[in-house]
Ligand binder design. Structure first.
Ligand code: 5RP
Length: 247
């Protein structure tokens, strides 16, 4: 299977899971990217019934509107029962690098507004340590040079994402060569630089479960108690095996 087929495979399993778990009055959180686009198409095939969605980007909002799912204002005071999104890297503890599509800030907000986060990845995104994929940092334009200098002091090699503005009107610095020994510490350190809006390390808002697509099927990963509490629902989706997140 090529990577696109792996993304389609995991999107199908996620759509089965969502169809089984969500009730018609629930709100679904929806991420951004090509895996999520496959997931939105798979929801459409199943004619899934939800009250509406919180969306992490203008692109996903348009795709949801196309299939007739209403997008709610995330300030409405409610929570999403489930958030489904992709990632660029995932480690054995479930920490993520996200933001390849530049939607990291809204993605982290929707993850924070959701009770359960299901992350969809393919096996090429499994890593021992985050940081091989340059870490995206969303920055207010007037702080670009200052933030780049601070990132270089931390040992990173920041690069401005060319011809790109986020949905929030900001720029992205993609930071290579950052040693991610402690995702929790790095997530806070980056966000403490004045001018940084958000960064693509997801520790605080890491997923509850990860569905990992490989040549032999879809594996589920999560904390032991989470795997146990979703066991019935997961069985119905045909996941091939499960692995516990390391501590
Ligand atoms: C967008 C993201 C995406 O989830 C991430 O880049 C993975 O994308 P894809 O599913 O296209 O591989 O974080 O900001």
């Amino acid at each position: 299977m090529d990577q696109e087929q792996l993304k389609q495979q995991v999107a199908q399993v996620a759509a089965d899971f969502v169809t089984a778990k969500l009730k018609p009055h629930d709100i679904l959180g929806v991420g951004t990217g090509s895996t999520v686009n496959h997931f939105i198409a798979a929801l459409h095939e199943r004619n899934v019934s939800v009250r509406g969605a919180f969306s992490s980007s203008e692109a996903s909002s348009a795709a949801l509107a196309d299939i007739g799912i209403q997008v709610f204002d995330s300030n409405c005071g409610e929570r999403a029962a489930l958030y489904v999104d992709g990632a660029d890297e995932i480690d054995a503890r479930g920490a993520l690098t996200k933001g390849g599509g530049g939607a990291l800030t809204r993605e982290k907000i929707v993850a924070a507004l959701s009770d359960v986060f299901i992350c969809l990845v393919d096996e090429t995104k499994l890593v021992d340590r985050l940081g091989g994929f340059p870490i995206p940092v969303e920055v207010i334009p007037m702080a670009r040079a200052h933030v780049a200098a601070r990132l270089a002091e931390l040992g990173g090699e920041p690069r401005l994402r060319e011809d790109f503005r986020t949905d929030n009107g900001n720029v992205i610095l993609d930071v290579a060569q950052l040693e991610v020994q402690d995702p929790e510490d790095l997530e806070c350190t980056l966000n403490n630089i004045p001018g940084v809006v958000e960064n693509g390390v997801f520790w605080e808002n890491r997923p509850t479960l990860a569905l990992v697509s490989c040549g032999c099927g879809v594996e589920v990963r999560g904390a032991k108690q989470m795997l146990a509490s979703f066991a019935d629902l997961l069985q119905g989706t045909g996941v091939c095996c499960e692995t516990t997140f390391s501590k």
